[in-house]
Design a protein around this ligand. Structure first.
Ligand code: MN
Length: 492
């Protein structure tokens, strides 16, 4: 405690003399990088194409859902639509043809705005509509069509489009990024990787004997996870910590969001191919460019094959699964109210089939390795630059009711000292690579029968590496799911 206080005093001294207050020009954010160079995203983030691409290859690539129409909640008109997509296209046709995608930040409505350390911050619950142009071109990209910065249409939340004026549109897009960043930290990252895996780490240690084959398979994927989760709980998401300081909601509400994020995550519907189906984004003919989906499925299939090969050694029939008392106790603890409280886990309260155990184990390993890598490491390159991805907004969305000026846009963005701290924290969190997926300690698996299976897994991962590198020759590089950049476990 004394050491931490002393360290905090040193850190605060380092910030003395640094620029503070709101920017008067975007140059002020670039000037925060006199030595290491301005992050590349500074040059491109205002482009609509980049804003849309962030939905499919960014730090939170799990939000968009295919919709056939918008309903009363988000009354985008044909006129709005055609002004962006052209008069030879229509909103109705796009809906029928599977070309409309919605990012809905409803979970943030009613969230309490934070004020730490000293300024009023705002959180928003916007709706953002994206569409694909007509045709069958496999390189068609999503385009942003319209944004409404709250869940209820009306004068408080006008529909904003690329034709609403440069700063109004930039303001609305920034509101979406702020909402997205807040969902990202509390839900996608903390709740649905760190906290989810923490439950399995605890139940596995408590209920599976040291020599149990499932425990042996899972253990390397829990390395350091409880330690980093504990540190997050004590420091990062504590009152006065980084989340309180940099994100929009009050700290209590950020913590509530993390809880909601986990409680609302049904395990069985999170099985990866099912997740994409449920959001309507599984079909590459409808949504051709989705780098996260395409790479994640490659890694998923590879882990699935390895888990399946491994578990088949120990469970020749479903009956072996049903009679494994330790396994059944493990499953019960994961969903128990006085245990892990994971919703929608198991098959009618237990585990009945090998196929289910393979899917479930694949999801645990995938989440601890690939999914965490896909969402953790963009913190440095994509999220560090606060003008592009602010972690909090500093003006209400109702600013859009009047004409928005450049200074309004700058006042929405984090003050310069906050921007500096955002970079410092996120570049640290996004820089620590500890080990690699598929690389176990020498001699870790003592069962001779596992060795050829492990070799198969490792060479399969190498093929995935090559495939993704090949893909990156034909798209803006998406490198977060390269197996060589995926650690075995969550440790940062
Ligand atoms: Mn992390």
């Amino acid at each position: 405690m004394i050491l931490r206080d002393a360290l905090n005093r040193v850190i605060n001294l380092l910030y003395e003399g640094q620029p503070t207050g709101h920017a008067t020009s975007l140059k002020d954010y670039e000037n925060l990088f006199p030595v290491i160079g301005v992050p590349a995203i500074a040059k491109s983030y205002q482009e609509d194409e980049v804003f849309a691409y962030t939905r499919v290859a960014g730090y939170n690539p799990v939000m968009i859902e295919r919709v056939s129409s918008l309903g009363d909640r988000f009354p985008v008109t044909e006129e709005h639509y055609q002004a962006v997509m052209g008069t030879d296209d229509s909103l109705a046709a796009a809906g029928l043809e599977g070309r409309l995608y919605l990012a809905d930040y409803k979970i943030l409505s009613g969230v309490i705005n934070g004020t730490y350390p000293h300024e009023q911050k705002y959180v928003y619950a916007p709706l953002a509509l994206f569409a694909l142009p007509k045709g069958s071109d496999a390189t068609r990209l999503l385009r942003p069509v319209a944004i409404q910065c709250g869940q209820t249409p009306g004068p408080d939340y006008p529909i904003v489009t690329p034709n609403s004026g440069k700063y109004a549109w930039l303001f609305a897009k920034t509101v979406v990024q702020i909402a997205d960043a807040n969902i990202y930290e509390a839900v996608t990252h903390l709740a649905r990787t760190h906290l989810l895996v923490g439950v399995f780490a605890i139940a596995t240690a408590r209920q599976l004997p040291l020599t149990h084959p499932l425990r042996i398979l899972l253990r390397p994927h829990f390395d350091s996870t409880l330690a980093i989760n504990n540190a997050a709980q004590q420091i990062l998401i504590a009152p006065g910590g980084g989340v309180d300081r940099l994100l929009s909601p009050s700290i209590d509400n950020s913590r509530v969001l993390a809880v909601l994020g986990l409680q609302s995550y049904g395990f069985n519907s999170a099985i990866l191919p099912r997740q994409f189906q449920q959001r309507g984004v599984d079909d590459p003919n409808l949504l051709p460019v989705y780098p996260y989906r395409d790479d994640a499925l490659l890694v998923w299939d590879t882990i699935h094959q390895w888990v399946s090969d491994y578990l088949e050694l120990y469970y020749p029939t479903d009956e072996n699964i049903q009679k494994d008392i330790a396994l059944q106790t493990w499953a019960a603890e994961i969903s128990a109210y006085d245990g892990g409280r994971i919703r929608d886990f198991g098959e009618d309260g237990g585990i009945k089939t090998l196929n289910y155990l393979i899917d479930a184990t694949t999801l645990i390993i995938f989440t601890a390795s690939a999914q965490h890598a896909a969402v953790n490491f963009p913190q440095k390159d994509l999220m560090g630059y606060a003008a592009a991805i602010p972690l909090a907004g500093y003006l209400p969305a109702s600013t859009l009711k009047r004409e928005v000026t450049e200074q309004d846009y700058l006042n929405l963005l984090p003050p310069l000292d906050q921007a500096q701290r955002q970079y410092n924290l996120l570049s640290l969190l996004g820089s620590i690579y500890y080990n690699k997926l598929g690389e176990y300690e020498q001699g870790y698996f003592t069962d001779e029968k596992v060795k050829p299976l492990l070799q198969g897994f490792q060479s399969h991962l190498q093929q995935v590496e090559n495939t993704i590198k090949q893909r990156n020759l034909h798209r803006p590089a998406y490198e977060y799911l390269l197996p060589s950049k995926i650690p075995q476990s969550i440790n940062i």
